[in-house]
Write a protein that binds this ligand. Structure first.
Ligand SMILES: C[S@@+](CC[C@H](N)C(=O)[O-])C[C@H]1O[C@@H](n2cnc3c(N)ncnc32)[C@H](O)[C@@H]1O
Length: 218
């Protein structure tokens, strides 16, 4: 998704300030903003935010966090939430590699990875959000009984991710190479709409960490 650099992104970000949290003071102050008793779901690499904003709108009893490292994208997602006047979602301009600096251990019930950048060249494989180095960086945020939901149009990335997660001892469920021809309820992301309208099938799995996962990644 090519995005022209937006000169006014910081100003637009300020106008949506109610939808973010001052990261100074985190992770200690995290539960001043979030209710520990309510389920919390997080998307990493949420782009323009259609998926997580729609999910938040459909599930007012749950809390949601959107993480995106490109502020121009994040601002567009924040504005979507603001237009809908949502009260159960916050946005963070952060990199997936640093999340334990800002979020407490085992705060999330679900982590979504949607259409993550494929980084096709082998020398950049470590940047894939499903590479074990990245998984090790965000897994501490997931509750032990939580799950990671991953979907992508990119078959080589999907095959890599299946292999990587299996080697890491995750239990994979609901694995499909054609999500749109299953009964699974689905919210389309911006990328998903683009690629599925061109006829590309969408791959998905849900991954549950096991004791082996924590043993390997400790
Ligand atoms: C291909 S886009 C998909 C966006 C959205 N999930 C969708 O499906 O439409 C991948 C997004 O992940 C973000 N991203 C990639 N690596 C990231 C990282 N390490 N930390 C945070 N965001 C990341 C990119 O900036 C980009 O917005």
């Amino acid at each position: 998704m090519r995005l022209r650099k937006k000169k006014n992104a910081p100003l637009r970000f300020e106008r949506c300030a109610e939808y973010t949290v001052e990261t100074e003071g985190l992770p200690e102050g995290f539960y001043e903003y979030f209710d520990q008793e309510k389920p919390l779901e997080m998307e990493i690499g949420s782009g323009k935010g259609r998926f997580i904003v729609t999910l938040a709108e459909q599930n007012p009893e749950k809390q949601f966090i959107s993480i995106e490292r490109v502020i121009d994208c994040l601002v567009m997602a924040m504005e979507k939430a603001q237009r809908k006047e949502l009260k159960n979602i916050k946005f963070f301009c952060l990199d997936a590699g640093n999340l334990t600096e800002f979020f407490p251990a085992e705060c999330a019930d679900v982590i979504y990875l949607n259409f993550s950048d494929p980084w096709p060249k082998a020398r950049y494989a470590k940047r894939r959000l499903t590479h074990r180095r990245m998984v090790a960086a965000y897994l501490p945020l997931l509750k032990k009984e939580g799950k990671i939901c991953f979907k992508t149009d990119n078959r080589p990335l999907f095959d890599f991710s299946v292999e990587e997660f299996q080697e890491l001892g995750f239990r994979l469920e609901e694995l499909t190479y054609d999500l749109h021809n299953t009964d699974t309820p689905n919210i389309m992301t911006e990328y998903e709409e683009r690629f599925s309208s061109m006829g590309t099938p969408i791959n998905r799995f849900v991954a549950y960490p096991t004791e082996k996962t924590y043993e390997i990644l400790k």
